[in-house]
Write a protein that binds this ligand. Structure first.
Ligand code: AMP
Ligand code: MG
Length: 469
């Protein structure tokens, strides 16, 4: 295996990470390898056995500089002064075919100094879930970390029960989190904070010239990202500040889920008791997280009072920036060109009808392009009234816009759970069938992919998801 590593994170101040090697696993076997992504990264892979050896951590490839990154974060609003990669290791970085620097990280590679009480391992379930959902997100056109490989191990991982172990290799624009800034601000470590700032600007925002510029740029990316999630009925589930990528990618897929039936209050995560990270709260949480980011940037500013004033002004732009991004996303889903603020009512009224009738989010939008829209709704007169208003806004381009904006397939929870159950029983065929379907979300359905467009039948719906780390 040849991976053209070109590592830079290890050149940052030494207190920002710990160098260590992965802990070996027993009997690694390959579940999936993303050959197209590997090709983008310039990786020359060997056979399956060799891929499994490298992407389980059993063999560290030449040029890798494995390290665990330090960070902190607000978890469900509570400050945790020290987190860090507790079960992950950055193997190193490569420059992809587009000239973009990408991290290659093992997840489930053994304990690190930041593991706290955790075992440093992952079990098969979250590995398959992250592989499917992150690759679906990419295919849906949403910024996200990617999945490069999934490897099964012969080790048992102890959670509520004994479960099969696995290692995921993921690829990210970087693993710099809001929490990575927070830890050095909280510790008063200006050396690390300034180095991280310079590194982040050089790597992600080369046009930025000061911390205000960085805050503005990150705000724009987060607003655009959350708007895309909203347009897909996606609920991240753990929008803690340590799970917010400064590069604006979806990261740390835990108890995440796509809604079947639309309701704005939907929560899946079993640990999200109060619905802090409910579907409709996500924009508000993004502002909260950006405020923590702004706070962490203050020590970089010469005058604290001026910084607070300036950053507050920037944070206050979020609602306009987000509203614009959201309108663009949903207007496209309705096939509208030149959407204006007046179209917000058309968007919101459709969502209200969906919520009232318990309509399927994905299939209702997809049905706009067909003659089956009425099948999704109960209140036919209300639907017809809305439809009349909507049709009056359509143009020649509407069908084409809708086809690119309304997926037929999202990774539905009941399918994810079925894939995991089969995987635990040793059968990876359902995983591969689902991966094939969710990575072609806008394509016409085929006999192979059509089952994955089906919402859960009664009794099949999954209402709770677990971190299951
Ligand atoms: P998450 O909620 O998955 O984003 O993880 C929050 C923190 O817990 C991070 O610092 C993780 O590295 C750590 N963590 C989660 N699961 C484990 C585990 N099995 N072993 C060690 N650390 C873990
Ligand atoms: Mg995390």
């Amino acid at each position: 295996m040849k991976i053209p590593f070109d590592n830079t994170y290890g050149d940052l101040p030494a207190q920002m990470f710990t160098r260590l090697r992965p802990t070996a696993v027993s009997d690694p076997s390959l579940i999936a390898f993303n050959a197209a992504l590997a090709d983008d990264l310039g990786i020359t892979a060997g056979d399956d056995a060799q891929i499994a050896t490298v992407f389980s951590g059993n063999q560290v490839p030449d040029g890798a500089d494995p390290l665990a990154q330090l960070y902190a974060g607000h978890q469900f609003g509570n400050w945790n002064p020290q987190l860090g990669d507790g079960r992950a290791l950055l193997l190193g970085e490569v420059t992809d075919k587009n000239g973009t620097r990408r991290d290659i990280q093992l997840k489930g590679s053994g304990p690190t100094p930041y593991s706290r009480s955790g075992d440093g391992r992952a079990w098969l379930g979250p590995v398959l879930r992250e592989y499917l959902v992150s690759e679906a997100m990419h295919a849906l056109g949403v910024p996200t970390t990617r999945a490069l490989a999934a490897v099964r191990t012969a080790d048992t991982v102890i959670r509520e029960t004994l479960l099969p172990g696995a290692v995921l290799t993921r690829v990210a624009s970087s693993h710099i989190r809001v929490g990575t800034f927070q830890i050095y601000a909280a510790r008063g470590d200006k050396e690390a904070l300034a180095a991280l700032y310079d590194y982040t600007v050089a790597r992600h925002y080369p046009d930025v010239t000061d911390p205000s510029g960085l805050l503005t740029a990150v705000l724009h990316r987060q607003a655009a990202l959350v708007a895309r999630w909203m347009g897909l009925g996606f609920i991240h589930g753990v929008m803690n500040t340590d799970n917010v990528s400064v590069a604006g990618e979806t990261i740390d897929y835990g108890p995440c889920a796509f809604m079947d039936t639309y309701h704005p209050d939907t929560v899946f995560s079993a640990i999200d008791q109060y619905g802090r990270y409910a579907y409709s709260n996500q924009p508000g949480v993004a502002v909260w997280n950006l405020t923590q980011f702004a706070t962490a940037l203050i020590p970089l500013m010469p005058d604290q009072d001026e910084a607070i004033e300036n950053f507050t002004t920037i944070i206050n732009t979020f609602s306009d920036v987000f509203d614009g991004a959201r309108r663009d996303v949903f207007a496209a889903k309705l096939g509208l060109t030149d959407a204006t603020a007046d179209d917000n009512a058309l968007i919101d009224d459709f969502l209200t009808l969906m919520a009232r009738d318990g309509a399927d989010f994905t299939n209702s939008f997809a049905a706009l392009a067909t003659d089956t829209l009425k099948d999704q709704f109960v209140d036919q007169p209300a639907l017809q009234a809305w439809e009349t208003r909507w049709r009056s806004r359509l143009t020649d381009n509407s069908s084409a816009i809708m086809a690119k904006s309304n997926p037929l397939i999202i990774p539905r929870n009941h399918h994810v759970e079925a894939v995991i159950a089969a995987g635990v029983a040793g059968d990876d065929a359902p995983f591969h069938a689902m991966l094939n379907a969710v990575t072609r979300p806008y394509a016409a359905l085929t006999p192979e992919t059509a089952p994955f467009a089906q919402p859960p039948a009664q009794g099949e719906a999954v209402t709770q998801t677990f971190c299951g780390t």
